[in-house]
Design a protein around this ligand. Structure first.
Ligand code: NAG
Ligand code: NAG
Ligand code: NAG
Ligand code: NAG
Ligand code: NAG
Ligand code: NAG
Ligand code: NAG
Ligand code: NAG
Length: 500
């Protein structure tokens, strides 16, 4: 009896075991089939399926076997040697590739092993990766690629030859990364590169000759970095550069010949630095420069012959500095550029002192045809120095701020079209912050030139004494034909003023 019961139980357990085994085998079989199925659907870059895939691509333009555009979302789990990268070989006609790293995803290398298959690639964009280093030949020497955008990838270092042998590359965008320095040979054999964008990085050091290979570069954007020192050799080799953006860095001074290698530079943007000093020949060689932005710096004076080497400047911004004056000597080389209609000359928000060194502004106001420049001059204010003796002028009733201009001041304004609605729009952002008491602030052009005090002249009336002020004296010592012409001209103007 007992034995029979025992055998029955044994039989039952045996059956149970058999069943379990069968089920397990079935499950295994099913899984095997599933794997096979996934593999067949996943052997093409454009048709990857399965939640475990490290990225998904959406392809367009062309049939499934020869797409020309692919946009891929990158998840995590990829390594540089992952077999998935070989899937790029299934779509060799891709011309435009976009890799977007998803918020939960991660990509911390440039997928060179995948890129090498894309021999037709023309534009490559990778966004939101965590790629701390760009290694040598990272873009696989692709010969057709002409635009590479690697913004916002947390890139810190660029190895030597990181960008090399890309014979058709025209635009390289590395904005909004954390690049710390630019070494020599990072950019190597890029014969057609014309735009290099490095804005919003953390660059503080640029090795001499870092751009030496970039003979076709037209635009270099280094804005919003941490650059404090510039030397001539940094820019060596940039023979075709036309636009150089250095705004919002930490540059304190510009030494002689800093830009001398940039033969045909046209635009130089140095806005928002800490520049206190610009040496005499800092801009030497920039004969094509027509736009210079020095706004938001810390300039107190300009060297008298600084602009001699940049005679083509038509767009000049000196706003938000600490200039106490700007002499005729300073601006003489570029004044003629403002006589026709196109130029811009911004001077607001400085610390100009009302004295005869600003007298040239009256003449420029008369000569300039451009509305913008006349407007800027009309709004320009200066501070009356506290009187030390007779050199101060009595506050001119009509010269106080916020009043209509009195157009019958000293100079001959004949021919000018006074438009009351344009001037003295005091909400304008160019308005001088009222640092000194308002009664000391005057609009420069509302003070007749004959009443602009001279620092050490005993009287402000006679033109003879005006000629003795430092700026005019220096003109004479410079003794160029043009200078003498200007002296004579100014002299005549002031004599006329004195007479009338
Ligand atoms: C892509 O394939 C289609 C046929 O599948 C063909 O007609 C077309 O020419 C191919 N395009 C390229 C760029 O090879
Ligand atoms: C980025 O990568 C570095 C190492 O390469 C790692 O330490 C860091 O945590 C990563 N950051 C993110 C947001 O994934
Ligand atoms: C790119 O060229 C360099 C130098 O010729 C070579 O060492 C490297 O292997 C090449 N890389 C690829 C992916 O072809
Ligand atoms: C180089 O890039 C240009 C676009 O800038 C493209 O039109 C041209 O076909 C490319 N050349 C080669 C040889 O791929
Ligand atoms: C920028 O670089 C400096 C060192 O040069 C480093 O201390 C700082 O953390 C970096 N900032 C960022 C945002 O990477
Ligand atoms: C100089 O920079 C300032 C600030 O960005 C800008 O408003 C101004 O237009 C620039 N000047 C010129 C001449 O472009
Ligand atoms: C302008 O100022 C002159 C003196 O400089 C004065 O004679 C004249 O009345 C003023 N004109 C107006 C409209 O205030
Ligand atoms: C005026 O000042 C200059 C220097 O600013 C000085 O050389 C000159 O002697 C002074 N002239 C008079 C009359 O004080």
């Amino acid at each position: 009896m007992e034995l029979r019961r025992w055998r029955g139980t044994l039989k039952f357990y045996f059956l149970l075991l058999l069943l379990t085994c069968a089920l397990a085998k079935l499950k295994k079989e099913r899984e095997r089939k599933k794997v096979v199925k996934m593999k067949s659907e996943s052997d093409n870059l454009c048709t990857i399926v399965g939640t475990s895939a490290p990225f998904h691509c959406f392809c367009s333009d062309g049939s499934a076997s020869n797409a020309t555009k692919a946009k891929c979302w990158v998840f995590s789990g990829l390594t540089a040697e992952h077999s998935f990268w070989t899937l790029f070989s299934t779509q060799p006609f891709i011309r435009e590739l976009n890799l977007m790293v998803t918020p939960m995803g991660q990509l911390n290398f440039l997928p060179t092993s995948g890129l090498q298959y894309l021999t037709q690639l023309q534009t490559l964009t990778i966004l939101y990766g965590n790629i701390s280093d760009i290694h040598a030949y990272a873009l696989a020497n692709l010969t057709k690629v002409h635009e590479v955008r690697l913004a916002k990838n947390q890139i810190i270092t660029l190895s030597q030859r990181a960008f090399a042998h890309l014979t058709n590359l025209s635009v390289l965008d590395l904005e909004e990364n954390r690049i710390v320095e630019l070494n020599r040979n990072v950019f190597f054999d890029l014969p057609l590169l014309s735009k290099l964008l490095l804005k919003l990085n953390n660059i503080s050091a640029i090795q001499e000759g870092a751009f030496r290979q970039l003979g076709q570069l037209v635009e270099l954007d280094l804005s919003a970095n941490a650059i404090s020192v510039l030397t001539k050799d940094v820019f060596a080799g940039l023979l075709e550069l036309k636009k150089l953006f250095l705004r919002y860095n930490k540059i304190v001074m510009l030494g002689d010949l800093t830009f001398a290698e940039l033969w045909i530079l046209e635009e130089l943007d140095l806005e928002g630095n800490l520049i206190e000093l610009i040496s005499d020949r800092a801009f030497a060689g920039l004969t094509h420069l027509f736009k210079l932005n020095l706004s938001y710096n810390k300039l107190k004076t300009l060297r008298s012959n600084l602009l001699d080497s940049v005679p083509a400047i038509m767009d000049f911004d000196l706003r938000h500095n600490e200039l106490e004056t700007l002499t005729l000597d300073n601006v003489k080389p570029i004044l003629h550029n403002f006589h026709n209609g196109n130029g811009h000359f911004y001077l607001a928000d400085n610390k100009f002192v009302c004295d005869c060194r600003l007298a040239w502004m009256h003449a420029l106001r008369n000569e300039a045809k451009g509305e913008k420049i006349r407007e800027a001059l009309d709004k320009l204010t200066c501070h009356l120095q506290k009187a030390d003796g007779e050199s101060s002028i009595k506050p001119h009733a009509d010269a106080v701020l916020n009043r209509r201009p009195n157009t019958s001041t000293g100079l001959d304004y004949a021919g000018e079209d006074v438009d009351d609605t344009v001037y003295y729009d005091d909400d304008d952002e160019d308005e001088q912050p009222q640092k000194s008491s308002p009664e000391n602030l005057r609009r420069v052009l509302e003070i007749p030139p004959s009443e602009l005090p001279c620092a050490n002249a005993s009287t402000t009336q006679a033109p003879r004494i005006l000629l003795n002020t430092p700026s005019y004296a220096e003109i004479n010592s410079n003794s160029g034909a043009i200078c003498q012409f200007y002296t004579v001209l100014s002299c005549c103007i002031f004599m006329l003023v004195g007479v009338s």
